[in-house]
Ligand binder design. Structure first.
Ligand SMILES: CCCCCCCCCCC/C=C/C(=O)SCCNC(=O)CCNC(=O)[C@H](O)C(C)(C)COP(=O)(O)OP(=O)(O)OC[C@H]1O[C@@H](n2cnc3c(N)ncnc32)[C@H](O)[C@@H]1OP(=O)(O)O
Ligand SMILES: Cc1cc2nc3c(=O)[nH]c(=O)nc-3n(C[C@H](O)[C@H](O)[C@H](O)COP(=O)(O)OP(=O)(O)OC[C@H]3O[C@@H](n4cnc5c(N)ncnc54)[C@H](O)[C@@H]3O)c2cc1C
Length: 662
């Protein structure tokens, strides 16, 4: 981190006000002092590589140049990872240094994030032994090719076909229609030479559902597409410019039988299909990534909050009192209302991620012993938390951007790109509504079980309690608010269920009744997610090992989250819990008190995310607060400022002005 010597005096004052030890917060957030040290050490090693520094900001490069620069840096970064592993005999610690290097999204994201994990999770030991060493060492580069032009959400509707030919013991891959073309996979455009292709399996004319296959699509020496492969890049997007998303189609492209990933289901040499214990295990990589996305949401909220809070401490505009100097914009309560929820939410998502990660690890362990009982709960929980956290994180980043006024609109603030990248998570890895409806299926089943008095899984057991406790008075405590959110979820689950029953009594079949109730079903899932986020984060704060000084501030943040959402969803609480108008007024006052209480620690709290200037990559958010200097320095890098008079003056402006004289 930079020293305080050249720091903006407002930030120096802010840091002096902080009531807790920032290093303690950093160590708590990242797990331990050792974890912090190792992470920083690795980040130092990456940032010491001169070739990773960009000569000019990415925004001035063409689409093609941006990609090429991204690949160049991704390969150097990969060497640093490899060297670290060789030296320390372990992988580098979890870190976000790719943000400092690639800025946008790495063309290797899908290789590391989905290609390798799919081989590890869906391959037999023999298949893992064949491909993992090559993939992990980057002898081969891959992606996860599932989505098609015509289908992304409904994966049973995918049209890519893998027909087994027992004579040659091969699968023949085909994309018979335009809509069957793979569309979106990261790195597919120009980077990868392999992919996991998700395709419909046909044996002797019979369909056996979708399965993952490994296909080599480009020559390893020339990188030319292999015969029978049509592949390319899909063009510019809202973000993900360097992710190199691509399209892909096969024309009678043959792959050996062993290239179907067969941990779950198998095709024997003679074409016999052996079903797996649960066909949904084929969707396993998506579950893993959905859990990871909750963690990503914590990072993006932290990044945006760090930029906006530091900027708001440096920025002065207007007066609170006419007699006093212009105020730091962070002193306006409205600004605190916009920003502190982003700080608080980052902690909430982090705790939810750690909680989900544990659930994921347990279920994976159980699956390895052929025990599947807790898989539905994992799937339902990962779906709704991914859906709610990504949408909320996107909104929080946008609110942080807006809170920086005009300068937040500058690319050099890094907030526009951060928004583009964060909001993508609402769609990828399962579109928000679609995932919430998956959770709703689970909730409806849980509700029916609750009505029968059955024992429910831990994440929905509150439905039973709420059934018993619906008459208890509201309590204006964090625990009371958590219960309140559970009552809202309970009320919405019950209402959605009863709506389905109502339509069925009117003669509709279950599917139509489901569709007619689906707005309510989505809202029930959202309420369920909010109840989980509130409960998990409050419990995490209460059981944390933080010192009293830090613990006080973390509790304030967690209470801010609870109170913010109570006020945001007060209508629901009035409808489904025993909260009263008076309780809401008390909580409104409490919320304002929390903003005021958190205010002196705002800069300390974002320093506690320990995001280096290179990761923030923002003129507005640097540790030293040299906002105006940086804005000007970055503007001067514009190619338009490298010449006094641009040629367009002579070509267009001057002739126009002269014509106007005639
Ligand atoms: C740590 C790593 C983090 C780093 C991140 C790096 C990577 C970033 C990636 C960024 C790039 C993005 C990549 C992608 O987007 S890849 C493509 C992702 N695509 C999707 O997510 C598609 C979404 N659609 C689906 O998942 C399915 O189609 C859907 C679940 C919506 C429906 O499937 P299906 O029609 O087959 O199922 P039903 O609705 O009929 O349900 C039947 C029952 O099956 C249960 N089910 C469904 N899915 C699962 C699952 N994954 N696990 C367990 N069980 C599952 C479902 O609940 C039903 O059960 P019941 O019958 O009991 O109700
Ligand atoms: C940046 C980015 C990167 C991606 N990377 C990859 C990748 O590497 N590999 C890959 O395979 N894919 C990738 N994808 C694709 C992504 O997984 C899909 O776009 C996503 O799953 C959504 O599917 P869709 O585009 O078909 O949306 P659609 O399903 O067409 O959604 C459109 C609308 O229809 C609604 N809808 C659809 N079905 C239902 C339903 N059953 N009930 C109610 N409403 C419904 C949705 O809610 C939404 O409002 C990526 C996408 C993005 C944006």
């Amino acid at each position: 981190m930079s020293t305080e010597t050249k720091c903006n005096p407002d930030l120096v004052r802010e840091r002096a006000k902080c009531t807790f030890d920032v290093n303690e917060l950093i160590n708590l957030f990242y797990g331990s002092e050792k974890a912090t040290k190792e992470r920083r050490h690795f980040e130092d090693a990456v940032l010491a590589v001169k070739e990773l520094k960009d000569a000019i900001p990415e925004e001035y490069l063409s689409h093609k140049e941006r990609y090429e620069n991204g690949v160049r840096k991704a390969t150097i970064l990969r060497d640093v990872y490899r060297d670290y592993k060789a030296k320390h005999n372990r992988d580098p610690p979890p870190n976000q240094i790719t943000k400092a290097v690639i800025k946008d999204i790495s063309p290797f994201l899908l290789h590391n994030g989905m290609f390798v994990p799919t081989i590890a999770g869906q391959g037999t030991p023999e298949q893992q032994a064949e491909w993992l060493p090559k993939a992990e060492s980057m002898q081969i580069i891959g992606t996860y090719a599932q989505t098609e032009l015509g289908h992304g959400s409904f994966i049973r509707g995918l049209e890519t076909i893998a027909t087994y030919d027992p004579k040659t013991e091969e699968f023949v891959l085909n994309n018979p229609t335009l809509t069957s073309f793979k569309w979106w996979p990261g790195g597919l455009g120009s980077t990868v030479n392999h992919c996991v292709v998700v395709a419909q399996l046909y044996i002797n004319g019979k369909s056996h559902g979708i399965h993952p296959f490994i296909a080599q699509i480009r020559d390893l020496d020339t990188h030319k597409p292999l015969p029978g492969v049509k592949v390319g890049e899909i063009g510019p997007k809202m973000g993900f410019q360097t992710a190199n998303n691509g399209f892909l189609g096969f024309d009678n492209f043959r792959i050996p039988r062993k290239n179907m990933l067969m941990k779950n289901a198998q095709v024997l040499k003679d074409g016999t299909f052996v079903k797996g214990i649960n066909e949904k295990l084929t969707y396993g990589t998506m579950v893993m990534v959905r859990v990871g996305i909750v963690g990503d949401c914590s990072f993006y909220a932290a990044l945006a909050a760090t930029i906006a809070v530091r900027y708001s401490a440096v920025r002065h505009q207007s007066h609170i009192k006419a007699s006093e100097p212009e105020a730091q914009i962070l002193d306006y309560l409205t600004q605190q209302h916009k920003l502190f929820i982003a700080v608080a939410s980052s902690h909430v998502y982090r705790n939810a991620y750690l909680w989900m990660e544990k659930m994921y690890t347990n279920v994976m362990k159980e699956l390895s012993q052929d025990k599947q009982d807790n898989l539905p709960e994992l799937h339902a929980t990962a779906c709704c938390l991914k859906a709610v956290c990504s949408r909320d994180a996107g909104s929080l980043v946008e609110e942080c951007r807006l809170a920086c006024g005009g300068h937040g609109y500058m690319a050099s603030s890094n907030l526009p790109l951060t928004y583009g990248v964060t909001i993508a998570a609402v769609t990828y890895e399962g579109e928000r509504t679609v995932l919430l409806l998956q959770t709703a299926r689970y909730l409806m089943k849980a509700w029916m079980a609750a009505l029968k008095g059955k024992v429910l899984s831990p994440s929905v057991s509150y439905l039973l309690n709420s059934l018993k406790e619906s008459k208890k008075p509201w309590q204006n405590t964090p625990e009371g608010i958590v219960k309140g959110f559970q009552h809202v979820s309970f009320g919405k689950v019950k209402a959605a269920y009863e709506t389905i029953q109502k339509y069925m009594k009117q003669g509709k079949d279950y599917e139509d009744a489901w569709n007619l109730a689906s707005v309510q079903l989505v809202k029930a899932s959202e309420a369920h997610s909010r109840a989980i986020l509130c409960e998990v984060s409050w419990e995490a704060v209460c059981s944390s090992s933080a010192s009293p000084n830090l613990s006080r501030v973390l509790q304030q943040l967690a209470q801010l989250y609870l109170t913010y959402w109570t006020l945001e969803t007060s209508g629901d609480l009035l409808l489904y819990s025993n909260i009263t108008k008076d309780d809401l007024i008390i909580l409104r006052d409490k919320y304002e008190e929390l903003l005021v209480a958190i205010r002196p620690n705002a800069v300390g709290l974002v320093d506690g995310f320990d995001l280096r200037d290179e990761i923030l990559n923002s003129t507005l958010g640097s540790y030293d607060g040299r906002v105006y200097e940086r804005l000007m320095e970055e503007a001067l890098k514009s190619p338009l400022n490298q010449e006094t008079v641009n040629s367009s003056f002579h070509k267009y402006l001057k002739p126009m002005m002269e014509k106007a004289k005639l």
